[in-house]
Design a protein around this ligand. Structure first.
Ligand code: GLN
Length: 391
């Protein structure tokens, strides 16, 4: 198989059969780690990410490293010059990003399991567009050691699988405290728990209204089919989650990218793609002393506001349910401006702000997403398994 074949899933690939594909922003010894960027085209990391090490101990073999949006920045999967990822269900369409290659590899049956990273939706978006299951664990559930930072305070390693059972298998294997990542201190073991019966579900009217009518219809059809009772409530401020998330992403991303100075680490920064450059410029601007209070500090305060709001909401409800993405997979080249691309993330960003786990299940071309409070991973996974059976 040549690398560019098979819908552009892989950046590098071994000849030996394996059952695990790893997004190319997660370090695995013996493989290059490019983050789908020309800047790191020849970078070979001297160590393996903790999450991958744990899966290897469990007996899984890494088959290859998968393409993604450069440094995990994007929602289409096509912001890279190292691969040409396409949606396996319709090659005219994007696979979704940023963990595009991992979703393609699973959908095409090249591997059974894939992992990616999810900062604001990057496993759930491609899982939706490629019609598989995407899981973002609670922040702190899985070690980020060996994952290249995009935005440290939101980044998680997540899974892309054909079904919820496979996600449970991977999450169980990867979870746990790691001395190399202090945010994992409170990681909770995943174990079988009661599922969806009796769980209280809520949806936000403003997210439903932001979706294409066809997506809304299928969402209603799915909840009826699964006999779910969903309270639909107003949450107009949810629209502010997008600028809140992106301000924090820009600032942390610009800071994380400083290490690639072209002297000690990485090649010439001119090789970076447009989206990455945009984020570095904006992040540098809003982090400057004279601008910081106006943009970055406000975003940090807004994140706190969202966290409090969700804490109160999770006293009343177990899970938030919504369509993962507001529209079907866009055509390649259809999205030409960043604001349109950022606004696609309305359904996937709020779990990042409040650090909770979130899963997307495929349903008739769309995604049904369930989100729980932080460290409710077991309840969420086993409820999602029930929902999967009912759809
Ligand atoms: N689309 C979002 C962004 O570009 C999410 C990316 C991600 O989760 N890595 O920031």
């Amino acid at each position: 198989m040549t690398l560019k074949d098979r819908h552009g899933a892989f950046i590098s690939l071994t000849d030996t059969p394996g059952e695990l594909a790893v997004k190319d922003n997660i370090c695995v010894q013996g493989f290059m780690c490019t983050a789908s960027s020309k800047l790191l085209e020849n970078y070979e990391p001297p160590y393996t990410a903790t999450a991958v090490q744990k899966l290897q101990k469990q007996g899984l073999t890494v088959m290859g490293k998968t393409s993604c949006d450069e440094f995990a920045c994007g929602s289409t999967g096509t912001h890279t010059s190292l691969a040409n990822p396409r949606n396996p269900l319709d090659e005219k369409r994007v696979p979704g990003g940023s963990s595009s290659g991992s979703a393609i590899a699973v959908k095409d049956g090249l591997v059974r399991y894939a992992i990616g990273s999810d900062t604001g939706g990057s496993v759930r978006c491609p899982a939706t567009f490629c019609q598989i299951v995407g899981y973002r664990p609670s922040y702190g559930q899985i070690s980020r050691y060996g994952l290249m930072d995009m935005c440290m305070s939101f980044d998680t390693i997540g899974t892309l699988t054909r079904n919820v059972d496979d996600a449970i298998y991977l999450i169980t294997g990867m979870s746990g405290k790691d001395d190399k990542d202090l945010t994992t201190m409170n990681s909770v073991d995943v174990k079988e728990t009661p599922g969806l019966a009796g769980k209280r579900l809520v949806a936000f009217r403003q997210i439903l209204e932001s979706c294409d009518p066809g997506i809304r219809e299928k969402f209603n059809e799915a909840t009826e089919k699964a006999k779910l009772h969903v309270d639909v409530i107003d949450f107009p401020e949810i629209h502010k989650s997008i600028p809140t998330y992106y301000m924090i992403v820009f600032a942390e991303f610009a800071s994380a990218m400083q290490r690639f100075d072209g002297k000690f680490f990485g090649k010439n920064r001119e090789l970076l793609g447009q989206e990455v450059k945009r984020r570095i410029l904006l992040g540098t601007f809003i982090s400057q002393k004279e601008n910081k209070d106006k943009w970055y500090t406000q975003a940090i305060n807004a994140r706190k506001w969202f966290q409090q709001k969700f804490e109160a909401m999770f006293a009343k409800y177990d899970f938030v349910i919504n369509p993962t993405m507001p529209s079907p997979a866009p055509l390649v080249g259809e999205i030409t401006d960043p604001i349109t691309e950022y606004s696609m993330d309305l359904g996937t960003i709020f779990p990042s702000l409040m650090m909770g786990p979130s899963i997307s299940l495929p349903y008739q071309g769309m995604g049904i997403q369930l989100t729980g409070k932080r460290f409710s991973d077991s309840a969420l996974l086993y409820s999602a398994r029930d929902l999967e059976g009912a759809l």
